[in-house]
Design a protein around this ligand. Structure first.
Ligand code: F6P
Length: 556
């Protein structure tokens, strides 16, 4: 394929278009009858089991998707990523989050330099620092141990660490080492978030970690100033050195803000914000809470998937298959959304994290060469843990819109069951739903079946389920730090695969800039109006009216 042409120009693309007609002739009910097909659509790796037999795809479809991947030079693009080439071309950067979890003796280059020693230098510094805090050899200004941590950050500097923290909270090993400690996240610039974070918090036992790749993000900097003022008000200006540390790529701004550069933990421009949970962004707050060994286990889980993704042929490669199936669902079958449905309460923050990873990465309208796409790319992600979601939005998934679903199940629960005499445990109950839902979606229920059940004729249309609704099931052996790392890396790489095939740049995010600059114009107006009583001007009539009303009502 010529480098500037869209992937939709290829024969392989056209071939897949024809596949849609074939697939539309079959129902998942029939596809599921073919046990050879079902067996061929199971993959096992490092304790994980992926079953994608409930996708609206035949073996032929998968082969054609692999051919599309080849036409898109997927393997070459993966190699270019691992080789540190500047595949984020609009920002002229490498994309090397895999280096963040590489073993100490690995070699990964960016701009001719092996970055792994730098990664480990920061990891070693984190380990040393967090051990000091956790052991009490580093204390606060009044001599008290710092048992509470508030991590300030937003977007990628928040969602990943929040997901991992929430997932680890009920893991027995992690919970044991977190005993007596608290980790909170302050993300929103909304004063409500500040108030909620400060409730019950004692400045003398609190360490604030300011997390910002750029150290310029308006919300984070305002929250950082707020927390700094809170510390100074309680403990005096000298306390900042003991109570505030930072994670950033912009160490000059960290120092300018008033945080001792010795207490700053760096990372690099080749780590995208939404891919930064394995850098100091996540590793520092999580190590403060759970200890470095637990977090190292998480990094190892992610590294296991990194190796698998790099070295496994496309047709046996979990992130590759998942990415290709998403391309198939979004672009060829025309399903714009995807539901992420973990059957584990510990994964309640997984979907919010993947929303950013996926939607900020692949929510693009032009190819990497700037050509408007002639097809839909990107997908709308949402989700909730099962079974809660079943009592919320599953109605739409079963009888309304078709939304491909990712069911994520765990074999061994993080927690023991409470009612020990019950043969079918709470976890079995949860997992019964995990196993049942995909079949309900795939098979549905026909009018004939309902007639046999003597359902009243007027209710038959309401009780009919069309079925033929795709899903996939991912079964994890347990949910410890290692498995959480695996899960993270699978989804990160899946998103990259989608972007590589769609031919877009999954690693920039220009779409967030316009709103930011308009907000800055509004901020200036509010400042002028409040300080000098200047009237609102330079906006359209709607915004002028709204702003004037806001100023009038809020100045009482
Ligand atoms: O506004 C979007 C964004 O740039 C994300 O990509 C990023 O994760 C987030 O803001 C926070 O940025 P920073 O870490 O630089 O504060």
């Amino acid at each position: 394929m010529a480098s500037c042409a869209l992937i939709s120009e290829t024969e392989q693309w056209k071939d897949l278009k024809l596949q849609v007609e074939e697939i539309n002739k079959t129902h998942l009910r029939d596809l599921m009858n073919d046990s050879d097909r079902c067996k061929a659509m199971m993959l096992e790796f490092d304790g994980l089991l992926l079953d994608y037999s409930r996708q609206r795809a035949t073996i032929d479809t998968i082969e054609k998707l692999i051919k599309l991947a080849e036409a898109a030079s997927l393997k070459q693009k993966i190699n270019r990523m691992y080789n540190g080439e500047h595949i984020n071309s609009t920002e002229d950067r490498s994309v090397l989050h895999v280096a963040l979890r590489a073993p100490r003796d690995a070699t990964i280059h960016s701009d001719g330099k092996n970055v792994v020693p730098e990664v480990w230098k920061v990891l070693d510094k984190i380990q040393e620092f967090t051990e000091k805090i956790r052991s009490g050899s580093w204390v606060g200004a009044t001599g008290k141990q710092l048992t509470n941590v508030v991590a300030i950050g937003i977007g990628g500097s928040f969602l990943g660490p929040l997901f991992v923290h929430t997932a680890l909270q009920t893991d027995s090993e992690a919970a044991k080492s977190a005993k007596g400690r608290q980790l909170r996240f302050l993300a929103n610039v909304d004063p409500i978030d500040v108030a909620r974070n400060l409730t019950g918090l004692d400045p003398s036992t609190t360490l604030v970690v300011v997390v910002s790749k750029t150290f310029t993000t308006a919300e984070t900097m305002l929250n950082a100033r707020t927390m700094k003022a809170w510390i100074i008000a309680a403990l005096g200006p000298d306390a900042v050195t003991k109570h505030m540390v930072a994670v950033s790529t912009n160490l000059a701004l960290v120092e300018k803000f008033g945080i001792d550069p010795n207490n700053a933990f760096g990372f690099w421009d080749w780590v995208g914000g939404r891919y930064s949970v394995c850098s100091a962004v996540g590793v520092l707050p999580l190590s403060l809470q759970y200890g470095f060994p637990v977090v190292e286990k998480f990094l190892k889980g992610a590294a296991s998937i990194d190796n698998h993704f790099y070295s496994t042929p496309l047709e046996k490669n979990i992130p590759v298959l998942l990415g290709l199936l998403s391309v198939w669902n979004v672009t060829f079958l025309g399903y714009p959304a995807r539901a992420i449905l973990p059957y584990s309460q510990a994964l309640e923050k997984f979907a919010p994290h993947i929303q950013q990873v996926s939607m900020e990465s692949n929510g693009k309208g032009v190819s990497i060469d700037g050509i408007p796409l002639s097809y839909e790319a990107g997908e709308i992600d949402f989700g909730e843990p099962g079974t809660n979601g079943q009592h919320s939005f599953y109605q739409l998934i079963h009888q309304g819109r078709v939304i491909p679903c990712d069911f994520i199940g765990i074999v061994k629960s993080q927690q023991p069951v409470y009612l020990k005499d019950e043969v079918v445990s709470n976890h079995d109950e949860l997992m019964s739903n995990f196993f049942a839902q995909p079949d309900a979606l795939a098979y549905g229920k026909t009018a004939e079946q309902l007639q046999k059940e003597n359902v009243a004729p007027h209710l038959i249309p309401h009780k009919t389920f069309t079925g033929n609704r795709p899903s996939l099931s991912l079964l994890l052996p347990s949910l410890n730090a290692y498995n959480i790392g695996q899960l993270l890396a699978i989804y990160e790489h899946r998103v990259a695969v989608q972007g590589f095939v769609w031919g877009i740049n999954s690693f920039d995010q220009w779409g967030v800039e316009l709103g930011k600059s308009l907000a800055s114009q509004v901020r200036n107006q509010l400042h002028k109006s409040r300080t000098a009583g200047e009237p609102v001007e330079g906006f359209n009539s709607s915004t002028t009216y709204l702003l004037s009303k806001y100023l009038e009502a809020s100045s009482d």
